[in-house]
Design a protein around this ligand. Structure first.
Ligand code: C2E
Ligand code: MG
Ligand code: MG
Length: 649
């Protein structure tokens, strides 16, 4: 099987890591082994003083002392070496040389210090050499070949000595030394196995810890730092910039219309595209800059030093940002698809008046949205004036969180009627009774709730309340209620389950519940959307596309969806009488709805002229100030007691 470069580099990391541990173990035993050698060689030399010529004896002793000093010195330099250099094979080589010379010296003792005529001294020599060999098993076994070579060098001459002697006792000694040699080599092998297994386990554990640490700080797809690591680096750079009085910049780069690619070509292509984008961004920045991924199609570039004054810093960063945008001029080729992509970049400089790295990112984010609003494929530097909008959003978010708990939210209902004025249903529209500001329009807070994720809780509350009302309304009058579902809410995994639960708990008749979704939901993930809609339709729920005509949905998409109603956006209805384009659009939508066998309802009907135009073109259902404004539920109930809607003129 062909292995990937990744797997190969992991293997080599693995080997290096274990090698380093082996080297460390063997070095850690050097002091003990040096001391043992010094003591044993001194004892041996003195014990043999009378039977061996002093010159030979001293030469041998000097040899062992010298090699011990050499081993001690390399041990000291190993201890003092920098951690990165420890894995080098040079360290092992130096130690191997010292150890083999030492082994040879001990072996040579059997040649030069062997007293042929004194059995007692021979046994003493054999005893000391055996002791040294046994010691070597403990100190050298982490590198088996070294241990085995040392033992062979030390013991072979001794065995040879006994073998070649003429007397029977020596032959017995030869057999015993051979057995001993075999035994210590086998023990060394076994000890080596145990050590290697332990090292393996330790390595795997370390590896697992490393992976966990990596995953916590890096984005799995692109290998770029993730939000957590970015925030950490940002914090460091913000502090450094204050200390050294220079300025840095953060750029948030968001791909334009990435979702369309992801949804139409699939996540695999989307993922590959994100990887390529990461590579292009990285190729454009300097080594001291950091590129990261915040998630989705949002990337960040941190430039620690861009200039000393705001003006220079801004123009330098702008240059980098434009260079980054240039990276998107070339198309991306993925699996035979040639993809053209652009991006929008928001820039925030620091240190300005940000309190935290999060603040800084938020400023860059606000600037990025402004770049998107200005037509995408664009860059925008954060301006202090944008802060007001940020602060207001924060305020709305904070207030809204409390509003749900404090019962400050209320559902209003706007009747939906036939041309005759007969009410057939109502659209639920949420209102916030703000303790200081009075009635706050959803236009002001739905968007914020979407951004902060509060929409889940809010959407739940709205659907539950609407279903409670529908339980009353449906039972008494057979009227339906339309509830607006925000795209994020619809995309939540538990959405279908939540709807089912709420219907079951409130007792609302599902066949009278209409969910208003927007075109964005429709084009976002067509398969998933169809799946969810079908489950809910099976319960009897109907679906209507809100603000139709303002989004990007195509006829091909619409045909595939199990829809019931198209709701013509009020922006077209408003100018029906004055803008010929709008009149044509409205007419087209009505014709299209008829072809697709969908009902059509016009919203924002304010004038009789509009009503007449719509009726003439075949629209049968209406909603707008001409009939009624959104009113509290009780007012709606009151309206229902009239025989038909009186037109408000
Ligand atoms: P929408 O769903 O398109 O709702 C219609 C909006 O048009 C409502 O504004 C309604 O009051 C207004 N409208 C109705 N008739 C007329 C008319 O004749 N002339 C004019 N100029 N306007 C008319 P509202 O209540 O301020 O809601 C604004 C938007 O906020 C809604 O647009 C909807 O997108 C969102 N929204 C409102 N309530 C909810 C809710 O409960 N959940 C969610 N997710 N979104 C909601
Ligand atoms: Mg609506
Ligand atoms: Mg609408």
């Amino acid at each position: 099987m062909q292995r990937t470069p990744d797997a190969r580099s992991r293997d080599s990391d693995h080997r290096l890591d274990i090698r380093l541990e082996q080297i460390k173990i063997i070095y850690s035993a050097v002091p003990l082994s040096v001391i043992a050698i010094l003591i044993n060689s001194t004892i041996l030399s003195s014990a043999l003083w009378d039977v061996i010529p002093p010159a030979t004896n001293l030469a041998w002793l000097l040899g062992t002392y010298s090699i011990s000093v050499y081993r001690w010195l390399i041990y000291r330099s190993f201890k003092a070496a920098s951690p990165e250099s420890l894995a080098s094979e040079d360290w092992l080589r130096s130690l191997v040389v010292g150890t083999l010379i030492s082994g040879a010296l001990w072996g040579s003792a059997s040649i030069f210090l062997f007293p042929p005529d004194s059995m007692l001294h021979q046994v003493l020599l054999a005893f000391v050499i055996a002791g040294m060999s046994a010691g070597a098993v403990t100190t050298l076994s982490s590198v088996f070949h070294l241990s085995a070579a040392f033992l062979l060098l030390t013991l072979t001459p001794l065995i040879w000595r006994f073998v070649t002697a003429a007397d029977a006792t020596s032959h017995v000694m030869a057999i015993m030394s051979t057995l001993f040699a075999l035994m210590v080599i086998v023990s060394s092998r076994r000890l080596n196995n145990t050590i290697m297994e332990t090292l393996q386990i330790r390595h795997e554990r370390r590896q697992a810890e490393r992976t966990i640490r990596y995953q916590a700080l890096y984005d799995e797809l692109t290998d770029l730092p993730n939000r957590r690591l970015l925030l950490k680096r940002l914090e460091q750079e913000m502090t450094r910039s204050v200390r050294h009085s220079h300025m840095g910049a953060v750029l948030i780069l968001d791909l334009d219309h990435f979702k369309t690619i992801n949804d139409s070509l699939g996540h695999r292509v989307g993922d590959k595209l994100l990887k390529l984008v990461a590579m292009r961004i990285q190729s454009r920045i300097r080594a001291e800059d950091t590129a990261g991924r915040l998630g989705g199609d949002e990337f960040v570039v941190l430039i620690p030093e861009v200039g000393d004054a705001p003006g220079i810093a801004a123009s330098n960063t702008q240059k980098v940002a434009l260079e980054l945008l240039d990276q998107f001029r070339r198309s991306f080729t993925i699996e035979d698809h040639e993809l053209h992509l652009s991006a929008s970049i928001g820039i925030a400089l620091f240190p300005m008046d940000q309190r935290s790295p999060e603040d800084l990112l938020q400023q860059a984010d606000v600037a990025m949205y402004s770049a998107k609003e200005r037509g995408r494929d664009n860059t925008q530097i954060f301006l202090p004036s944008m802060q007001a909008a940020v602060d207001q959003r924060l305020q709305v978010d904070r207030g809204l969180r409390q509003a749900i708990g404090n019962g400050e939210l209320e559902l209003y209902y706007q009747p939906q009627v036939l041309a005759s004025g007969r009410i057939i249903g109502a659209e639920a529209l949420v209102r916030w009774n703000h303790p200081e500001r009075g009635l706050v329009s959803p236009a002001e807070f739905i968007g914020v709730a979407e951004e902060t994720g509060l929409i889940y809780q809010l959407g739940d509350w709205i659907l539950r309340r609407a279903c409670e009302h529908l339980a009353v309304l449906g039972r008494e009058r057979g009227l339906h209620i339309a509830v607006n579902i925000s795209p994020k809410q619809f995309r939540e995994n538990s959405f279908v389950e939540r709807v089912k639960t709420i219907i079951a708990e409130t007792g609302a008749p599902p066949e009278l519940l209409t969910l208003e979704i927007t075109e964005n939901v429709v084009i976002d993930n067509i398969e998933q959307t169809i799946g969810r809609m079908q489950i809910l339709k099976a319960l009897g729920i109907t679906f209507s596309v809100d603000d139709f005509g303002t989004g990007h949905s195509s006829l091909a998409y619409l045909k595939r969806l199990p829809l019931d109603v198209l709701k013509i956006d009020q922006s077209f209805v408003r100018d029906i009488g004055t803008d010929p384009n709008d009149a044509v659009i409205v007419e087209t939508i009505i014709v299209m709805a008829q072809h697709l066998e969908l009902q059509v309802i016009a919203e924002g009907v304010e004038t009789r002229e509009a009503l007449h135009f719509l009726t003439a073109k075949g629209c049968r259902q209406f909603q707008g100030y001409l009939f009624a404004r959104p009113e509290p539920f009780d007012t709606l109930l009151g309206l229902l007691h009239r025989p038909s809607m009186v037109l408000v003129s």
